[in-house]
Ligand binder design. Structure first.
Ligand SMILES: CCCCCCCCC/C=C/C(=O)SCCNC(=O)CCNC(=O)[C@H](O)C(C)(C)COP(=O)(O)OP(=O)(O)OC[C@H]1O[C@@H](n2cnc3c(N)ncnc32)[C@H](O)[C@@H]1OP(=O)(O)O
Ligand SMILES: NC(=O)C1=CN([C@@H]2O[C@H](COP(=O)(O)OP(=O)(O)OC[C@H]3O[C@@H](n4cnc5c(N)ncnc54)[C@H](OP(=O)(O)O)[C@@H]3O)[C@@H](O)[C@H]2O)C=CC1
Length: 265
């Protein structure tokens, strides 16, 4: 039987691309949604070349109308959406006292509002259609520990974790599962640039802080993400799985020290 489609926000780059590839390998047509056509086109070429069915949707997750259009396009092309992965994010290191209202708004809008827009848009359709579904929200361990230097992202990811648990409770009776995944540090292009760890020397320092003594690959995180969002674990809902090599137990790196020039201790 044809599987419903999987929507992956931010599916053109980094972890989102790895998740899209793994879902494709598991037989799901994927809909990759993000702002930049060039990200989507490059990813679509790669995935199509690997035999995966792909639809691209140019979409800013902060804009409800664009989100609705993306879900409409997914349904028109593949009949039904079965899975949603809210992976899109924005982030940069900033001193809390210097963060501008628009900087706060940008990160909160992408992470918290974007996750809400897509979740409600697919959730209400699943309920109206009498169909089950599964949502996975990509967060970070600092959603529960807090972290210095990224107050906007921390606050938004904590909101997403609370949203995950709340929607799991409300929508369980409709057969809708809602979970979260907290990856460890991965070297993806924009994250490494925006958060200041593009330099391999900095990556080596970060790896030393991880109990498993290495950073995460997008592939290993994607594998767990796909286990959680697909029907491999049908009794898991409202939970957050961590795949970070044990880093959060040691404490997330203090990014404020990076902007204050106190790197290296
Ligand atoms: C080392 C160990 C690591 C270890 C770290 C380990 C990883 C930690 C977890 C990682 C989590 C992630 O989410 S990684 C995901 C990283 N990926 C991304 O960020 C890709 C997408 N990012 C973006 O598009 C942009 O960076 C972002 C700013 C978020 C959104 O873009 P927009 O076009 O919407 O916004 P803009 O108009 O450019 O900017 C909006 C406002 O934000 C301000 N702003 C933008 N960048 C700013 C900056 N660097 N510092 C201050 N302020 C900034 C601008 O000045 C604007 O405010 P005004 O001047 O007042 O107008
Ligand atoms: N990298 C890391 O170490 C960690 C990452 N994470 C989380 O993993 C996820 C993936 O991050 P990663 O792959 O590293 O980073 P990327 O920057 O590669 O991924 C972010 C994606 O979000 C998309 N995006 C950004 N803004 C918007 C928007 N307004 N509307 C739609 N799409 C948008 C981007 O595409 P486009 O530019 O085309 O819009 C991009 O594909 C994020 O949720 C991040 O918070 C968590 C812990 C650690």
């Amino acid at each position: 039987m044809e599987k419903g489609a999987a929507i992956v926000t931010g599916g053109g780059t980094g972890l989102g691309l790895a998740i899209s590839r793994e879902l494709g390998r598991r037989g799901y047509p994927v809909v990759i949604a993000s702002r930049k056509q060039e990200h989507l086109d490059a990813a679509a070429r790669t995935l199509t070349g690997e035999g995966i069915q792909v639809l691209t949707a140019v979409c800013d997750v902060r804009d409800r109308e664009q989100v609705k259009a993306a879900v409409d396009a997914a349904e028109n092309r593949f009949g039904r959406v079965a899975l949603l992965v809210n992976n899109a994010a924005g982030n940069f290191v900033v001193k809390a006292e210097e963060l501008s209202p628009k900087g706060w708004e940008a990160v909160r809008g992408i992470v918290l509002d974007g996750t809400w827009h897509f979740s409600q848009e697919v959730g209400k359709r699943w309920i109206a259609q009498g169909q089950p579904g599964s949502i996975l929200n990509i967060i970070a361990t600092y959603a529960w520990t807090g972290a210095a230097g990224v107050v906007h992202s921390v606050s938004a990811k904590a909101g997403v974790l609370a949203m995950t648990r709340s929607l799991a409770m409300e929508w369980g009776k409709f057969g809708i599962r809602v979970n979260a995944l907290a990856p460890g540090i991965m070297v993806t292009e924009d994250a490494a640039k925006n958060l200041g760890y593009a330099d391999p020397a900095v990556q080596a320092l970060l790896a030393k802080k991880v109990p498993l003594r290495r950073l995460a690959s997008t592939e290993e995180v994607a594998f767990l993400a796909c286990d959680l969002v697909t029907d491999r674990h049908p009794y898991v809902t409202g939970d957050c799985w961590t795949v970070d090599g044990g880093l959060w137990l040691e404490g997330f790196p203090n990014l404020r020290r990076f902007v204050d020039g106190e790197l290296g201790e």
